[in-house]
Structures are given as C-alpha cells and as structure tokens.
Design a protein around this ligand. Sequence first.
Ligand code: HPA
Length: 284
Amino acid sequence: MSELAATLYDKVHAAAQAVRERTDFVPQVGLILGSGLGAFAETLDRPVMIDYGDIPYFPRSHIVGHKGRLVLGSKRGACCVAMQGRVHMYEGHSAQTVAFPARVLVALGAKVVIVTNAAGGLNPSWQPGTLMLIRDHLDMLRDHALRGPNDDRLGPRFPDMTTAYAPELRALVKDVAASEGIALQEGVYVAMPGPTYETPAEVRMLQTLGADATGMSTVPEVVVARHMGARVIGISCITNQAAGITGNALSHDEVTETATRVRATFERLLDGILGALSAKGELS
Ligand code: HPA
C-alpha cells in the first residue's frame, strides 16, 4: 500500500493487521485507560503487549503516567484489548489522530469499548476519588473526529448520538457497582481542549451547561467507536474538584495521585463489568 494512497480505512486495517501478526487473540472489549488508570492492563490474564511504536500509524503519547502500549488478554471471561496510554488533542494532534487507536480496537473485534478518564468534578458535593458513569457528553473540543470526507466502510456520515453511552450497559454497570458495594455517580462529561485546567469562570459556565465532570479526552474515541457501531461505556475518575470550587491550585500530580488511590476500587468495578458483560452475553 503506498503511503500517499492510504485512506483512513487502509490505515486502520494496516494497524489491526500488524497486531494480528503478533497474536491471533480476538478481543471483544476495548479498554481505553486514562491518566493513572493504566495499570489495569497488567492484570489481564496471559497478556500480550505491543508497543504503540510497533503499530503503523499509531500516535504516541509523551505524558508522564501514560505508557503507550496495547495489552491483549482475557479477564473474567471477556477477551480484552487495553490501551495503556492515549494521546490528547492538546499535544497537537487532530481529533481524527486522537481517535485512530479506538478505530483499531473496533477493527480488531471489540463490540464494546470502555473509555475511562481522569476528570475534574463540577458538582461541588463530589469529593476527589468519586467514580462517575458517563451518561452523555458535551463536546467543547475545537475539532471533530469525523471532520472530513466520510468513508462509508467505516460508518455513516451522520451518526446518531442519542444513545452514545448505551443505556442497557449503563444499567449493567450500575448493577455491578451496587452488588460490589462501590459508590457510583452518573453524569455528563464535558471535553475541553486543555492543556490549561479551566478557569473558575469556565467552571461556572460548564456547571450552567449541565456538565458534571470536565476533562481533556474521551469524546473523539467515543465518537469513532459509535461511528463504527461499537457500544460504549464511559467512566470518569473525579481526581479533583474543578478550578475555583475549593480555591486550591490544580496540579497533574493531584490528578495522578487520586487516580492511583482509587485504583483498587476502579479495578474491582472494571472486573465486575467484564464479568457481567461476558455472563450476560453482551459480547457476541
Ligand atoms: N479539568 C480538566 N481536565 C482534568 C481535570 C480538570 O479539573 N482533572 C483531571 N483532568
């Protein structure tokens, strides 16, 4: 395939093919693990690890705490492919580039994509460490993952977003959280461009708009997963209260420290979700 002629479709399939050349494992679930949450990938059974650098067209992340590799392996009866690390638009990538790996997860076989992130809490009553199931999102990014010509082989020109976060899977996640005794909030995630955290005025704007958690990721990946027909579960780890709520300055260290602190609970929730997806036949 000549570089010049390669379409997005070609690139997605070339990347998936490179993964298949290293393993014949066919994943049913794609996991995109956010800041400080990537260690879950190492808990997969008999993991096969592939550096992003070994996959053609895969963008690389340079953020501390983001590893940059795919991990394939099963967990609780679910065949998984996990992304340990992702790139963000604030690094200078287009939304299409940011979303490219999510397309590869679906091309590899993922029927369900679980997207996780670290986010700032807009709801003043939510303490750092709160887990939030994403019910819906607001897209404040200044680029769109589907901008440009549409390739109908990947998905439709105008995808419906009424049920971007599958209602039946949200119900499943809530059941798992309840049976595991894990407190889980539900709300709207807003994607902001970053890399600055919001100003207190922006935080008030986002609260007024109906958002509950703010972050700098997730939406491009959700958009392309839906474009390609996968169902999506989104989970935010509220790592800090958004700017101006407490008056304290925000820092990336606080974000990763909180994510690390809730790691065990977060992993128990993911484990339970994978078990329930597989037991309830949601992955075929
Ligand atoms: N704002 C935006 N992104 C974030 C935050 C925040 O407060 N915390 C973690 N990611």
